[in-house]
Design a protein around this ligand. Structure first.
Ligand code: GDP
Length: 298
């Protein structure tokens, strides 16, 4: 991801190199090129507009005119603004004062929720947590089994409705899982909820019902970064329908243009907390805006 954007920005900056002072025309031309590079990377228009306005304003300011190396200073500004648009600080998990900490995952089918649940469980376990995975996706016949497979790979127990008891009520399962976690000393509960292929009122209502029943400490909206501009629309629909505290971006290993990653924070006001970068359980980390910005400008 970001290869094209990265190449484009490198060439924009190389045309600035060696310039002693930057004229208004230099600044405008640079801003124009950065704008095109961002649009080409599928970054949403309002985000591009604000980004470019900030770059121009700062490039015309003292920090550049007084710099020994103005081009270097512009690169520094772009880097800082990229970090900002990606969310600034790394967003840490907010653990509950009284365990268990409840983390609920919501998002479309195929976004990567179940995989992310396993990754998160494994990552938390490596840091002396004792997570419990909860199968509250009872819509798809295979979903519970899939979470059980992921749980086994992560070495994390899975709370699911008893087989033979019918389909079960996801709200009830979620509620019971909290009690189960308390009794069995699980300090984190990760709830995998049902998704559909498209945004759908029934799915939203179910997620909202689970939310109301368990009052999660963190609701995390999981979104496939490969779906481009659609990621932003889906993010808005979930914000209105369920609400969430943070975003998990999945499939960052793909070759999509990366616009979702650069747009979502700015448009939803919610930080990106997790980054999923492959199909293996280890391909996971907290999202670090500074590292991502450095990768783009590498
Ligand atoms: P869910 O329907 O939201 O629970 O999505 P799944 O966890 O079942 O993931 C859907 C597909 O995406 C599966 O084939 C996963 O292996 C794949 N997947 C999930 N996360 C990633 C990722 O970060 N990178 C890649 N390349 N594939 C992923």
């Amino acid at each position: 991801m970001f290869e094209t954007l990265s190449d484009r920005l490198t060439s924009v900056f190389s045309s600035l190199r060696g310039k002693g002072r930057l004229s208004e025309e230099d600044i405008n031309a640079t801003a124009r090129e950065i704008r095109l590079a961002l649009l080409e990377a599928d970054v949403a228009l309002p985000v591009v507009r604000d980004f470019i306005a900030r770059i121009k304003e700062r490039a015309r300011g003292e920090e550049v005119s007084k710099a020994l190396n103005p081009a270097q200073q512009v690169i520094k500004i772009v880097n800082e603004e990229l970090v900002e648009v990606l969310g600034g600080e790394t967003r840490q998990i907010r653990f509950a004062k009284n365990p268990p900490t409840v983390i609920m995952l919501a998002g479309l089918q195929g976004a990567g929720k179940t995989t992310l649940a396993g990754k998160l469980a494994k990552w938390l376990s490596a840091d002396r947590n004792t997570p419990l995975l909860v199968a509250a996706d009872l819509q798809r016949p295979n979903a519970v089994t899939q979470l059980q497979v992921v749980g086994e790979r992560a070495g994390t127990p899975v709370f699911a409705p008893e087989p033979g008891n019918g389909v079960g009520d996801p709200v009830e399962v979620a509620r019971e899982s909290i009690e189960h976690a308390r009794r069995n000393n699980h300090n984190v509960v990760i709830i995998d909820t049902a998704g559909r292929l498209g945004v759908d009122t029934e799915m939203m209502r179910q997620a909202a019902d689970i939310r109301d029943a368990v009052r999660p400490d963190e609701i995390v909206f999981v979104v496939d970064a490969m779906i481009g501009q659609d990621a932003v629309n889906t993010a808005q629909a979930f914000l209105d329908g369920v609400g969430y505290d943070a975003v998990a971006l999945t499939k960052l290993d793909g070759d999509a243009r990366g616009g979702a990653a650069l747009s979502i924070r700015h448009l939803t006001g919610r930080p990106i907390m997790f980054a999923s970068t492959g199909e293996k359980l280890e391909d996971f980390d907290l999202f670090h805006p500074d590292r991502m910005a450095s990768r783009i400008l590498d």
